[in-house]
Ligand binder design. Structure first.
Ligand code: SF4
Ligand code: SF4
Length: 183
């Protein structure tokens, strides 16, 4: 019948519209239910649901590949990076530059400088995969936007270590992520 598809589509929209308010009432007075925000976004939920970003933030998915972080060994307090340069050589966009320090720290080679260029990084994860000392990981950071490119998106050694301490205080990035093949 001519126009049947349009009516069907409108019925779905109407149902979603009503379901949205019904679900809100069901969870009243707690907008986000008792668990994580995901609960209101689950497949068992009906209707549309939006979060009040930026006041409310959805936890980032474990496989999300954010800007790189450098991990520190919590026992020694020294970076796990041994300045081998494999990440630099593997990066397809030449977004990493690392130099080795002249002196070892407690018998371990360490980087003197580490420059990570987020302007060109495509978050492929090759550098994380190749790192022999599991010193690299991806942060869950997503609010990295700037009004200008260039220096604003350059990350140095100290900043990467700081991000590592913030996002992986145990000095470990999830192993399953390390084992996952880059797509
Ligand atoms: S994630 Fe990919 S593009 Fe970015 S620095 Fe690592 S290897 Fe280079
Ligand atoms: S981050 Fe890993 S691959 Fe890159 S220089 Fe350090 S130890 Fe080598």
């Amino acid at each position: 019948m001519l126009g049947f598809g349009i009516l069907k589509g409108m019925a779905v929209t109407l149902r979603r519209f009503v379901d949205t308010y019904v679900a809100d009432l069901r969870h009243f007075p707690r907008r986000y239910a008792s668990g994580p925000v995901y609960e209101r976004m689950g497949i068992t939920e009906r209707g549309a649901f939006t979060i009040q970003y930026p006041e409310v933030k959805v936890p980032m998915f474990p496989r999300y590949r954010g800007p790189l972080i450098l991990l520190t060994d919590p026992e020694t307090g020294i970076t796990k990076c041994i300045a081998c340069g494999l990440c630099e050589r593997t990066c397809p966009t030449e977004s990493i530059k690392v130099t080795k320090a002249e002196e070892k720290v407690e018998g371990q080679k360490v980087p003197a400088t580490y420059e990570y260029d987020m302007n060109t990084c495509m978050f492929c994860g090759f550098c994380v995969q190749i790192c022999p000392s599991d010193a690299l990981g991806h942060s869950p950071e997503l609010e990295t936007g700037t009004y200008s490119k260039g220096e604003a998106l350059m990350v140095n050694l100290e900043q990467m270590l700081e991000l590592g301490r913030k996002h992986a205080p145990g000095g470990v990035w999830p192993v399953e992520e390390k084992e996952a093949q880059p797509s």
